[in-house]
Design a binder for this molecule. Structure first.
Ligand code: FAD
Ligand code: NAP
Ligand code: SF4
Length: 674
């Protein structure tokens, strides 16, 4: 019986698995955080997972744990292969159970994605993004690997987990056996589809036999490979049926191999953009199906379940952003949810740079034991000047700790540069962060003085002053630069100035790339899931194995040049896991990206440049300057004159290499110390 009184009856409906009942349909998806490799990692993971359990999530799945050494994602990543390793996992399972949660351990064998010389695969074919070539498993090693999975699952049960998730998607080892692309074997483990799925089935059957009936076995099934020579839809249905027969309790959805060149979780993917894939499989099997990817708010999750796309939803990053996501949905406090904006900047980008993950909008994530929230014993009067991400984070944290905070903002609206960022196609999620802070300001009774730039005299009665006056666009000096056709990015994004159909963008940093995407938007950026799939070449009819089709090409709305002076690759500083998407989007739309440029003059024809020693006239109507930013320091300079003390944070502290991750983290850090 669904909870009729809730706003989210499907989402909060318990799920009875026969031997165990999950309290709702919310699964915290597997996410490697890097805590796994930290010195006191198990303690930190225990606190991290327990916080999400206390937040009310129905079932947690841990980051991947290798069943043996060759299955490592990277050297010395977490492995469960011996009894002696069981005890440390107990720290996690005890903490989660004491917090009222349930937790499964993911078993992940990286196969040819293993970034180390011991990596193995069905066939010795190197993965595109790995410099290590895998060794092909012998028939004997295939058998022993299956046994390693089974032993790993048994040890997980000994460690107190409620079950295991067997990672069969995203292009990892099991997926490598299943796909023709990576399995050229001629023995019993290769050849036709039935032989290629034997490895997966033997694992599930063996695990079920070893762990008994009262253990959750989730199988993560690649339902859309997004690589050539992946599985056909008929093969996916057959695999799901066989996996069910082999003993899985739940089937989770996997979308796209890591090497696929289609965005699957980045912020420009429409919300719940891949739920249609799971929906296709609904009714083919009796076990519950979980859908996933870019589900970040309760009404999105509810809609997906209500329209029969799945029985359960999986979210991973949203639980980094807000451990209390479920509780807030249940209590009707959706406006208090700190929403994952899909940026990848502090989670996946950190992991791929070998740093511990955290979250841009929640710097306490994965730092639960180090960045501890403590109420203040002594209430202070705090002035925060500037309501961009840094000031908002500082004001809200200080007030939540118990201080009396006044937030001054020069303009009528809070958000600073984030207000411009949300205008970029695919960055509309940034609006959620502003909604979150607006609500938090009210909740913690921060007095907001809009349209106010305080003079030093007005700040004299405060115990602490925080300057978060941020940045402004850097203007450049160029002959003819005073002409009306030259605009700053802020003028264009705020709608104060419009531009013609031929545009040169000066500066190819994050904002230059965003500006190009913004100017291409006139052609109609992908508004619907169908548009998005067409733009990126995902064939929703699965005519070809793997689900790839030809990307739809529109005539670009504008002719755009994106320019930089450096000779290095433009866009090299973009996000590790998202930069390729920005570069590829611009390339698809014919944006001409030039490095090694010298700006000579703005003239009647447009922009005159020198390109690698050759003069070149760019015939453009407008020139948009995205040449970085400088700190806004008026107030700082005035306070210096008065010899008044203050804290300086965000862009006001340092404009170079500034991003919202640093701004928000610094705001919180200073507020924690006050
Ligand atoms: P700001 O955002 O500049 O805020 C400063 C605030 O202080 C402003 O509201 C200003 O009006 C106010 N102020 C200034 N002086 C005074 C005064 N004397 N009195 C009162 N108020 C004052 N970052 C990312 O991490 N990821 C992204 O994807 C991303 N995309 C972006 C896209 C675009 C198009 C833009 C423009 C920025 C993007 N950023 C992104 C950068 C991000 O927005 C900034 O790093 C962040 O806003 C900096 O925060 P801040 O609080 O330090 O400064
Ligand atoms: P940026 O990344 O530092 O890029 C500035 C660009 O301007 C560079 O291409 C630079 O290249 C050029 N430039 C600098 N000084 C110049 C001058 N005097 N004349 C002409 N060109 C000049 O800065 P940004 O694009 O303004 O971005 C600001 C911050 O916002 C970034 O640090 C980034 O972290 C954040 N952001 C992030 C994202 C994201 O997706 N993660 C998106 C947008 C913004 P040359 O010097 O070689 O010409
Ligand atoms: Fe979401 Fe960005 Fe936080 Fe990652 S860093 S969890 S993508 S908001």
């Amino acid at each position: 019986m669904k909870n009729k009184h809730s706003e989210f009856p499907h989402l909060l409906d318990p799920l009875d698995l026969g031997f165990i009942t999950l309290k709702n349909r919310i699964l915290m998806g597997s996410m490697h955080t890097g805590l796994e490799e930290e010195k006191d990692g198990f303690h930190r993971m225990a606190v991290y997972y327990a916080a999400r359990a206390q937040g009310g999530v129905g079932l947690i799945v841990t980051g991947g744990v290798a069943p043996n050494r060759s299955g490592w994602v990277a050297p010395f990543s977490l492995r469960l292969a011996k009894s002696s390793q069981v005890k440390e996992h107990r720290t996690i399972t005890d903490a989660v159970h004491e917090s009222g949660g349930k937790i499964c351990m993911q078993i992940l064998h990286a196969g040819r994605y293993g970034y180390h010389p011991l990596c193995v695969a069905p066939t010795a074919i190197k993965a595109p993004m790995n410099r290590f070539k895998p060794r092909a498993l012998s028939g004997r090693r295939v058998r022993s690997t299956i046994n390693d999975y089974i032993r790993c699952a048994s040890l997980a049960m000994e460690a107190g987990y409620d079950g295991v998730e067997i990672m069969g998607s995203e292009g990892y080892l099991i997926n490598q056996f299943i796909a023709k692309k990576t399995n050229l074997r001629e023995d019993e483990w290769g050849g036709d589809f039935v032989s290629r799925i034997r490895f997966a089935l033997e694992i599930v059957k063996g695990v079920r036999k070893a762990v008994g009936e009262k253990c959750i076995i989730i199988y993560r099934l690649s339902m859309l490979d997004l690589v050539k020579n992946g599985s056909t839809w008929d093969e996916i249905v057959l695999l799901a049926k066989e996996i069910e027969k082999a003993g899985a309790t739940i089937i989770n959805t996997g979308i796209g191999w890591h090497e696929a060149r289609i965005p699957t979780i980045a912020t420009m993917v429409p919300r719940a953009g891949f739920a249609w894939v799971t929906k296709r499989l609904m009714g083919e099997v009796k076990v519950p199906l979980v859908t996933t990817n870019r589900i970040n708010m309760p009404h999105v999750a509810e809609a997906v379940l209500a329209d029969g796309s799945a029985d359960m939803v999986s979210m991973a990053r949203p639980f980094l952003a807000d451990p209390d996501w479920t509780k807030k949905a249940k209590d009707g406090r959706v406006d208090e949810i700190n929403t994952c904006i899909g940026c990848n900047q502090a989670c996946l980008d950190h992991i791929f740079s070998r740093k511990t993950a955290t979250c841009l909008v929640n710097p306490r994530a994965c730092n639960e034991t180090t960045k501890v929230f403590v109420k203040t014993g002594v209430q202070k009067r705090v002035a925060v000047v500037g309501a961009g991400p840094a000031g908002l984070s500082c004001a809200v944290t200080a007030a939540a700790r118990g201080h009396k905070v006044i937030l001054f903002e020069a303009s009528m609206k809070i958000g600073g540069q984030f207000r411009l960022a949300r205008m970029i196609p695919g960055k509309d999620e940034f609006e959620e962060t502003l909604r979150y802070y607006s609500r938090q300001l009210k909740l913690h009774k921060v007095e907001v003085k809009r349209n106010t730039s305080p003079a030093p005299s007005e700040l004299k009665g405060f115990d602490e002053i925080v300057i978060s006056s941020g940045v402004k666009p850097r203007a450049i000096t160029i002959k003819g630069g005073e002409k009306d056709c030259v605009s700053l990015y802020s003028d264009v994004l705020s709608g104060e100035k419009s531009v013609g159909s031929r545009v040169a963008i000066i500066g190819a940093g994050g904002i230059g790339f965003d500006m190009a995407a913004f100017l291409l938007h006139d052609q109609g950026g992908p508004e619907t899931v169908e548009d998005f799939m067409a733009q990126w070449g995902v064939d929703m009819s699965y005519a070809e194995a793997g689900g790839l089709g030809a990307p739809h090409k529109d005539k670009p709305a504008r002719e755009i040049y994106l320019l930089q002076r450096k000779k290095t690759k433009p866009g090299a500083g973009l996000g590790k896991t998202t930069g390729w998407i920005h570069r590829s989007l611009l390339k698809k739309n014919g944006v001409k990206i030039l490095n090694g440029v010298e700006y000579l003059a703005v003239n009647d024809k447009g922009l005159l440049i020198n390109h690698f020693g050759k003069e070149m006239q760019l015939e453009v109507d407008d020139i948009v300057v995205c040449a970085g930013q400088v700190s806004v320091l008026d107030l700082k300079n005035e306070l210096d004159k008065e010899k008044m003390e203050y804290h300086l944070i965000g862009g006001a502290l340092k404009a170079g290499e500034l991003d919202a991750k640093r701004a928000i983290a610094q705001g919180m850090e200073v507020a924690d110390q006050i």
